[in-house]
Every structure is written in C-alpha cells, then in structure tokens.
Design a protein around this ligand. Structure first.
Ligand SMILES: C[S@@+](CC[C@H](N)C(=O)[O-])C[C@H]1O[C@@H](n2cnc3c(N)ncnc32)[C@H](O)[C@@H]1O
Length: 155
C-alpha cells in the first residue's frame, strides 16, 4: 500500500478539505493511507538537531518492508509523466512492500534519514509547508493514476 507519512498533524481547514477530496478521488484507483505523526515537542525549547532526530525516530519504524521516498526540495525533480512511470515501476517492483512518501516537519529532515531513503523527491525548488507538500503530492498521485489509466486530466 502507498502511505504518506507526515510530521505535524494537518490543521489548516483549507488543506484538510483538499486532502479529503483528493483521497476520495484517488480511492477509485487505489487506497492511500495518510499517517499523521505528532510534532516532536516545542520548537523553541529543543535544539534543531535533537528535534529532527526525534522526528527521524518516529519515521524509522515505518521503514522496514518499504520503499522509502523522502520529500525534500533539494531532491530529484521530474515531470508528471516521468513521475507516473516512476510510480508504476516502483509499485510493480515493490510487490507486497509499502511505498512510503515521507514529509518532514517544520525544520525538515534529520541528516540521519538521507542514507536510509531509497529516493529523494523534490516537488519544486520552492519550500512548502508540510501541509502544502502533502496536498501537492496527493494532486500528483491523482494525476499519476489518471495518466496510468489513460483517463483525461493531464494535457
Ligand atoms: C517546512 S518544510 C521544511 C523546510 C526546511 N527548511 C528544510 O530544510 O527542509 C517541511 C517539509 O515539507 C516537505 N517539502 C516542502 N517543500 C518541498 C518541496 N519543494 N519538495 C518536496 N518536499 C517539500 C519536506 O518533506 C519538508 O521536510
């Protein structure tokens, strides 16, 4: 199964509405699980590296039996057709495994996570909030499913 794992529960109503809508639309093609992990304490009271390491520990338990795609603006970029091919290939090679899309918290990812990732994906060079990153990723997964099923949506 495909999972989106994100630090910091989604709170903004405009994002939550969009996320629900895309999950509903995608359900026609596949089930995507959205796992929302709690923030790792008070940002102002915890040194950044410790804060990010706590986030890493929470992600770590989802790594086994999974293909782990780290979302990071410094990662690899591809267009939607290439993303559909990447997703299709990854799914067929990962039979029985999860595909995890891992979205970092407010400070981004711990250094410890980078050599554990199977792929580092950038949605753009721009930095988004974790909430927008989830919503944009879902729109792309919907687009990917439409492309893979030869349905009109992507022009
Ligand atoms: C507020 S951003 C963290 C920014 C932080 N300054 C950093 O260095 O990563 C929260 C998370 O959203 C995701 N994100 C934000 N912009 C992204 C982009 N353009 N491409 C992929 N993921 C992105 C990443 O997973 C990031 O860890």
């Amino acid at each position: 199964m495909t999972r989106i794992i994100v630090i910091g529960p989604l709170k903004s109503p405009h994002i939550i509405d969009g996320v629900k809508q895309y999950l509903k639309w995608i359900k026609k093609f596949e089930k995507i699980e959205l796992i929302q992990l709690p923030l790792s304490g008070d940002l102002n009271k915890t040194p950044p590296s410790i804060y990010k390491d706590k986030d890493f520990k929470k992600f770590e338990k989802y790594f086994p039996e999974s293909f782990n795609v780290l979302l990071d603006e410094r990662g690899e970029q591809m267009d939607s057709i290439k993303f559909s091919e990447f997703y299709d290939r990854t799914k067929s090679r990962s039979q029985g495994k999860h595909i995890n899309f891992i979205v970092g918290g407010p400070l981004g990812h711990s250094d410890k996570i980078y050599n554990k990732a199977d792929y580092i994906l950038s949605l753009s060079k721009l930095t988004f909030t974790h909430e927008f990153a989830v919503l944009i990723l879902l729109e792309q997964l919907f687009r990917v499913n439409k492309i893979l099923h030869n349905e009109t949506y992507h022009y």
